[in-house]
Design a protein around this ligand. Structure first.
Ligand code: HEC
Length: 172
């Protein structure tokens, strides 16, 4: 009996580091999901600042922004092939900056501070209810609230349905 109890105790004690490891391994995953958008669970894709340009855009007052829509390789390939709907795995990111007058040249407008990062991810099964697109809007790397995320698909659906809910066309 005593031997059995001792063995049990050893097994129990030996498993403590593993239990601790499991507990800690889950903590970072929990933190990462805090940076995912509500409703869709979309995160800012790594490396998007190196992605290819699809098109620039300018937004009038009151937002007064300069924008650049960039895409991952799947997006770029689809645009170049004129492929609609966009295939699963397509990611489009809209970068935005305040408009600023160039200090060196009065008529030139240049990007000021970055304002938002907006993301659309194509996964036709996961996001079947919203045209196959998952949405995320981020300010300083943090997702905005759920109410704002409820507006995304409604506007894209109302105005851009004929182009797979995407406004931006490839700038040639
Ligand atoms: C009132 C209309 C409207 C709403 C609401 C809206 N968008 Fe858009 N979105 C646009 C327009 C117009 C463009 C294209 C012009 C531009 O780049 O500003 C665009 C472009 C985009 C693009 C680049 C791909 C494309 O479709 O051209 C992304 C990514 C995007 N929006 C994400 C979002 C997210 C995320 C939300 C919700 C938080 C959202 N949008 C809400 C109108 C809207």
């Amino acid at each position: 009996m005593i031997v059995l109890a001792a063995i049990l105790l050893i097994v129990l004690l030996a498993s403590v580091p593993y239990l601790v490891a499991i507990a800690f391994a889950q903590a970072p995953a929990g933190d990462a999901s805090a940076d995912a958008s509500p409703i869709f669970g979309v995160t800012i894709p790594t490396g998007y600042k190196q992605w290819e340009l699809i098109a620039p855009a300018e937004e009038a007052a009151p937002l007064n922004e300069l924008r650049a829509v960039v895409g991952n390789q799947t997006a770029v390939d689809a645009y170049q092939a004129g492929k609609l709907p966009f295939p699963d795995g397509t990611i489009l990111v809209k970068r935005a900056w305040e408009k600023k007058q160039s200090p060196e040249f009065a008529s030139a407008t240049i990007p000021g501070a970055a304002t938002t990062v907006q993301v659309m991810v194509k996964d036709s099964r996961k996001y079947a209810a919203t045209g196959g697109w998952g949405f995320g809007r981020f300010i300083n790397g943090k997702p905005v609230d759920e109410a704002q995320h409820r507006t995304c698909f409604a506007c894209h659906e109302a105005r851009a349905k004929s182009y797979d809910y995407v406004f931006t066309r490839l700038a040639l």
